[in-house]
Design a protein around this ligand. Structure first.
Ligand SMILES: [Fe+2]
Ligand SMILES: [Fe+2]
Length: 310
């Protein structure tokens, strides 16, 4: 890296630190503020839950579907933030005796992810208190972290960059404009988005830094790792979609036909793939960074792996 490049990179980390200090928030004082969730509200916007595809659901059932999916949304973030924080702690070691501005940006990133996990545990407890028992989270955060962290750093940073970009897409395009959403839920994702905006910039900086270190052969292996990570994410989504559909059907006060049961199962899986894979890919920002790092055949390999999920 030339001196000019190093200076501009340091300046970008410095801007992340400044933004992080400016918007810093506290879980109780700024976000929850003694409030609870209201069962009369939606927990996830319709254009994320894709509930419109399930025409046979009553308005009450639609709202409950948004609450089940919203609860899963909070749980999935809590889940991925376990591995994200572990990776950030690991790569921050590279900066220990180097760029101290980059080090500070990563330390703040890590601390924020710890806070987010705590926030999502609180949200989970609040959501649980408004819903009948029987809801389950199928994946375990440390098991997921172990699987993800077993892959190359390049691929892990690619996945992380994708996640932190779609967090922003969801907030700006779906959560912020939705007036039917629970005000507390909206505040959770407003505050989360504010800190994630810095994370997405840092992910890209670290992803590019890692990319510059790799040989062409190593990068090609990392592309395979990324494809395996996406398959792993899809496995988690399939299991959670099955569990959430089963829960939704199990606690309903009426029987659904075989066709309706199938439609609920398919609808929830489609929504989860949309939320956690497709919406981030479609946004274009992630693909733009990816395309700047890989060859055309590698990009086609990744697109080919994504095609059945889109
Ligand atoms: Fe987060
Ligand atoms: Fe983050």
């Amino acid at each position: 890296m030339s001196n000019i490049e190093a200076n501009t990179t340091t300046a970008r980390y410095a801007r992340c630190i400044a933004a992080s200090k400016r918007i810093r928030w506290d879980i109780d004082e700024d976000v929850i503020r003694g409030r609870t969730l209201d069962v009369a509200d939606n927990y996830l916007p319709d254009n994320l839950s894709l509930v419109d595809g399930l025409l046979f659901l009553t308005p009450r059932e639609r709202r409950f579907m948004s609450q089940v999916q919203g609860r899963t949304y909070a749980n999935v973030f809590g889940l991925v933030e376990r591995y994200i924080n572990a990776k950030i702690l690991e790569i921050s070691r590279d900066h220990r005796f180097g760029d101290q501005v980059a080090l500070e940006a990563l330390v703040r990133f890590s601390e924020e992810e710890l806070k987010h996990q705590e926030l999502f545990r609180r949200v989970e407890a609040l959501a649980a208190s408004t819903m009948p028992p029987g809801y389950v989270v199928t994946a375990e955060p440390n098991a997921v972290a172990q699987f993800v962290l077993g892959k190359s750093t390049w691929s892990v940073l690619a996945l992380t960059c994708h996640i932190e970009i779609f967090t922003q897409v969801h907030y700006k395009k779906s959560i912020e404009p939705d007036s039917s959403l629970s005000p507390l839920w909206k505040d959770v994702f407003l505050h989360h988005w504010q800190e994630e905006s810095q994370h997405a910039i840092i992910d890209e900086l670290e992803w590019r830094r890692e990319d510059a270190r790799l040989t062409a052969t190593e990068r090609d292996g990392a592309v395979n790792d990324l494809i395996e990570l996406v398959a792993g994410v899809d496995g988690i989504l399939q299991a959670q979609a099955r569990a959430d559909a089963e829960y939704f059907i199990g606690v309903a006060d009426r029987k659904f036909s075989a066709d309706e049961t199938r439609a609920i199962n398919d609808g929830v899986l489609k929504a989860y793939r949309w939320q956690y894979i497709v919406s981030g890919v479609q946004d274009g920002k992630f693909l733009g960074v990816l395309a700047s790092l890989v060859t055309q055949p590698q990009l086609e390999r990744i697109s080919g792996a994504l095609a059945p999920l889109m």
